[in-house]
Design a protein around this ligand. Structure first.
Ligand code: NAD
Ligand code: AKB
Length: 313
């Protein structure tokens, strides 16, 4: 087992709950500390109830556990963020400043900052390049661009080894998403396996970048474990898994569940999705630290349906 003390802030969430299990497999149960606003039932390993907007509380957890690595996942996502823009800015930025300052104070070795395809805006038509102009249309996207720039600043000014990925929409069977625009692509599998009708809040041809959770976790840990001299991007690396529209994912599900019924009722999330790129060029991540996704849409659909059948049957 590798020796690190790893803190996951936002460990109850869609990514955090699965990442915690994954990291415990690498670093042992007692070395992965979960932290979130409330304590979940059946929590494994050390856990702290933490409001990460509270500077003192964040400093206290870093000190108590002698943290060496942090995954700072706490945030309000794109769709929820548009319902409460100023609170979203306050939560997304204050939690990150507290993590950055605590990392400086306690000599944390590495910080993971999850950025998003939401850093891109309507100025991009089609594919987002690593160096594409960032003109986010949501407060969530604005907070992620700011977070990326603060990461770069703390790296250059204080030498904190912060690493970041611009995640596409993440799809997994283990946990539910928490208020994003790509959430439909998780919910749709649950409805299909349960034999229920699905109402889609995006139009059928809205193509977005997505990634299967196994690939997202692999990319995150691979990036964190890469030698520091391989990291050439200190804002956020573009990361791609696959890209598809609601129509395409429905067709892939219907190959296994032929009677699956879907209707469309686009809402405010359609406008957010329309402002995001359709595909992402992640050649810099491939070149710098050997990133390669393992899942395409068909392989992911097979695994999602297989795993969700075990859950619901
Ligand atoms: P989520 O909403 O499922 O989980 C976020 C967690 O943070 C929740 O458990 C919430 O309780 C916690 N949290 C919120 N405010 C907090 C606070 N003040 N103190 C402590 N905990 C707090 O989100 P997720 O999907 O797991 O995303 C994790 C990170 O990855 C976020 O930063 C998100 O922006 C980023 N990301 C996610 C996706 C995706 O598709 N899931 C894509 C791109 C980027
Ligand atoms: C969202 O839809 O807000 C997230 C993301 C792509 O950042 N899933």
């Amino acid at each position: 087992m590798k020796s690190e003390r790893i803190l996951i802030i936002g460990s109850n969430g869609q990514i955090g709950s699965v990442l915690a299990e994954f990291l415990r497999g690498i670093y042992s149960e007692s070395n992965v500390i979960g932290a979130d606003l409330s304590k979940p039932e059946n929590v494994k390993g050390p856990f702290e109830i933490l409001d990460a907007t509270d500077r003192q509380a964040v400093f206290g957890v870093f000190k108590k556990y002698k943290i060496s690595q942090v995954y700072h996942l706490a945030a309000i996502l794109s769709a929820k963020g548009e319902q409460q823009p100023l609170i979203t800015w306050q939560v997304n930025m204050q939690t990150y400043f507290n993590v950055l300052e605590a990392s400086r104070e306690y000599g944390v070795k590495k910080v993971f900052y999850p950025s998003s395809i939401a850093v891109f805006g309507a100025g991009i038509h089609g594919e987002a390049k690593q160096s594409s102009y960032l003109d986010p249309g949501t407060v969530y996207g604005i907070s992620k661009v700011a977070g990326e720039n603060w990461s770069n600043y703390y790296f250059r000014k204080y030498g904190i080894d912060i690493r970041s990925l611009r995640y596409p929409g993440i799809i997994g069977y283990q946990s539910m998403p928490g208020g994003g625009t790509t959430d439909y692509a998780v919910d749709i599998y649950h409805k299909a396996v349960k034999g229920e009708h699905f109402e889609c809040f995006l139009k059928p041809d809205t193509t977005l970048p997505m990634i299967y959770i196994a690939d997202a976790l692999d990319a995150s840990v691979r990036l964190m474990e890469a030698p520091a001299d391989r990291i050439t991007i200190r804002t956020g690396y573009n990361l791609a898994g696959m890209s598809f529209s609601p129509d395409e994912v429905i067709r892939s599900i219907r190959k296994l569940i032929p009677g699956f019924e879907v209707t469309y009722l686009p809402d405010f999330r359609q406008e957010i999705a329309a402002s995001w790129p359709q595909t992402v060029d992640d050649s810099q991540a491939r070149k710098d630290w050997g990133w390669r996704p393992s899942y395409n849409l068909e392989k992911m659909t097979k695994e999602m349906i297989l795993e969700l059948r075990k859950k619901y049957d």
